[in-house]
Design a binder for this molecule. Structure first.
Ligand code: MTE
Ligand code: MO
Length: 326
């Protein structure tokens, strides 16, 4: 019998079509007959495109998401267009291309969903999606998102502080770190049918980072439930860290004693550290982090220390050598 062995591949986070080229190509496609015909044909066949299907699914929080009050630090920069934020991104469970998450996530049906909180806690919990969100805690917060590949966006998330969830499980004093895992559903996630990464996608934070009020569990963006490609139905957003720390479609949160293994660090430890705080002074081994391209802008701008959240979070790292703990 022949056993097909996958060639091990070490993906790089910067395997990327230059984004402006890519986005203009997509805009061209969207305006052309090709896509319009596709939609009509799909509708005639009774097929619903992924995005429309996700929106059509009864998300029990849709109303609460639409009505969430504004919160979080003020930001004067303009919000990235919803079209860009939902069509140009990374979600390797659907493939490594920047358009794959939108184009290949139509078979993903996030709901019903359960999330488990376990490990060093007094009260392990498994909660259904409707029970995850503290009723009074949902708010809209506009955060900068800085990808390690030197592009950035400004996104209005709807969510609540992760601390609210962790507190419900009553953490023990032995809990020093928090480990997160994405769902594994190869039937619905074509990227998981490949060896692109070692599934499940894993991330981690130190306990004080996880309990920081800026650390958000998001269930919506732009006033709507999260689309599949942005991490439906619930994902982490840590605005002062590079984007890959903000793990999508989370099913498990484990409080642990030791620094947990994390996907990009496991893939390439020299290039992706555990902390991965946005830092214009610490370059990636293959490119500078001093500047970034805000999606939609022509000129690059300076990257800000801790992505502009220095005042809020610098205290977490007092006395740490940020070159060593990159
Ligand atoms: N499960 C999972 N989460 C993930 C990723 C991924 O491939 N799988 N990509 C990360 C990367 S590299 C970035 S930049 C952000 C992008 O989030 P966005 O699509 O909402 O902009 O998601 C992060 N979360
Ligand atoms: Mo990223």
């Amino acid at each position: 019998m022949l056993i097909k062995i996958r060639t091990p591949r070490h993906p790089r986070e910067n395997e990327v079509t230059p984004k402006e080229l890519y986005l203009s190509r997509r805009r061209f496609l969207a305006g052309s007959a090709g896509l319009a015909l596709g939609t009509t044909l799909g509708a005639r066949l009774g097929l619903t495109p992924g995005v429309a299907r996700a929106a059509a699914m009864a998300n029990p929080l849709a109303g609460a998401i639409a009505q969430a009050p504004k919160g979080g630090p003020a930001i004067s920069e303009p919000v990235t267009s919803k079209g860009d934020a939902t069509s140009y991104n990374n979600f390797y469970e659907f493939g490594s291309g920047k358009g794959d998450p939108e184009e290949r996530s139509g078979d993903f049906h996030p709901l019903p969903w359960t999330l488990t909180i376990d490990g060093e806690v007094e009260k392990p919990l498994t909660l259904g999606f409707e029970d995850l969100v503290p009723a009074d805690a949902l708010e809209e917060r506009i955060y900068r998102l800085r990808c390690v590949e030197a592009w950035s966006m400004v996104i209005p998330w709807t969510g609540f502080s992760l601390s609210r969830l962790i507190e419900r499980a009553k953490p023990l004093s032995s809990a020093k770190y928090v480990a997160f895992e994405t769902v594994v559903r190869p039937e619905e996630m074509p990227g998981q049918r490949t060896g692109l990464l070692d599934w499940p996608y894993r991330e981690g934070l130190r306990m004080d980072e996880a309990m920081h009020p800026l650390t958000l569990m998001a269930v919506g963006m732009y006033g709507d439930p999260l689309p599949n490609q942005n991490g439906a139905p619930i994902r982490l957003v840590v605005p002062w860290k590079y984007g890959f720390k903000s793990i999508k479609s989370v099913v498990r949160i484990s409080l642990v004693k030791e620094e947990p293994p994390t996907t990009w660090n496991m893939t390439n430890a020299r290039e992706y550290g555990f902390y991965s705080n946005v830092n214009p002074q610490v370059d990636h081994p293959r490119w500078s982090q001093a500047k970034e391209r805000r999606i939609g802008d022509f000129l690059r701008r300076d990257t800000l220390m801790f992505n502009g959240y220095e005042e809020e979070v610098a205290g977490l790292y007092t006395g740490m050598d940020l070159r060593k703990f990159y």
